[in-house]
Design a protein around this ligand. Sequence first.
Ligand code: PHE
Length: 487
Amino acid sequence: MNKENNRGQWASNIGFLMAAVGSAVGLGNIWGFPYKMGASGGFAFLIVYLVLVIFVGFATMLGELALGRKTGLGVIGTYKVLSQKFAWVGWLGFLSGFFILSFYSVLGGYTLRYALGFLMELFSEDAGFGGLGSGAFFGSFIINGGQNILFHGIFMALTVLIVMGGISSGIEKFTKVAMPALLVMLVIVIIRSVTLEGASTGLAFMFAPNFSAFQELGFMKVLKTAAGQMFFSLSLGMGCMITYGSYLSKNEDLEKNAMIIPIADTIFALMAGCAVMPAVGAFMYQGVEGISFGAGPGLLFVTLHQVFSVGMGGFIGNLFGFMFYFLVFIAAVTSSISLLEVCTAYFIDRKVQKGEEPNRKKLSTIVGFLIFIIGIPVCLDGLGSGVAGGATIDIPAVVFGMDEVRMAFDCWLDFYDMISEGVFMPLGAILMSIMIGWVLKTGVIKEEIESSGIKMRAYAFWDICFKYLVPIGILFVLIGQIDDFFG
Ligand code: PHE
């Protein structure tokens, strides 16, 4: 740990980049991006997404990194120090982290279950998935609350274990190994995927210019989906990059880092698309049942399971199945640690400010445990979903007395996702942008960038982004959200 302050610091800029890209690249890229692209019109979605990254993503990233480094505090501390009026915004970020991680970890548990499943099938047939087909297995898994809780617990425990190690010797050390490994595994899966017979159907779906989705779904709907996806995928709007930025040395080039992270994340999302869509297209083309581009959330756990077990099949299918789900699992861990860090940092900052020595091990364990508990209702979602043959046992809703809320959202996962990705994150980003552009003025970012002795290169662009483009862009998203909710 860094001697000058007991919060910790990244050992190198490349280590920071691995951690930040690791945070950004996760289920959002490998699952969310391909399936949202699949359901929201392929190429049209891609174009909207890229425009959003350029005019909203880059600036929000720069703003978060700069504010975090300036204050040297987590998300709550940062807003408190910078503006009295905006002090409460930090709590939105903290709560987003808390809720996102509680369902993220459940899904991370799924990826672990599937990786283990394919691994076991490699050694003995039917050992991993009990001889069930992809749809039947998924159905049996999501109603198995006990197993869901077990894997959620394992995933959360691994996350805590890494965060406990601290910034440079926990998070940085892990991501420096995990990210290159992730890249290699992804490339191998892509090569297999694009060389399958009929793979071009999938590539065409992604890259052939086609804007029919704007008429079919409406431009606003595509915009809203792409924007929500962008914030989530870039880990923006909830202070994750504020927190990671706070551990960054004053010597590093913020403008450059703020460009590298979104570009790397977008490349990973496109690569994930190239791993998933060509395989889906190939087996659709070959007539394997139960496979389509627009399968929605089922894409990762039902369609792709089918791709590996029936499409590829045999030893090779199990091998690639294992490799793919293990890759998704690693990507999920490098993100979950950043979510836990957002929440843990608040308690660490409080100790440091009181002049006490923070006990990172204890604090991260307590926070991780609380998040584990909050995630349990998500593990039991399957029980009330009708998948269990209309089962009426609804433990989570009874415990929390929030049956109406749960019913309105179908399941806890959607509810947690809606308040975090759907509301808190865009709200957090719009408020930060207004605070920078109109209250503190973009000069505050310039000052922080130039404190490294590096001249700010694109002041005018960032200024327009903070003042107009980011707030207006997000306003559309929020209006779309409200419209959806009441419409
Ligand atoms: N960006 C991560 C993903 O794509 C999720 C995440 C969101 C991580 C917010 C941290 C903060 O999966």
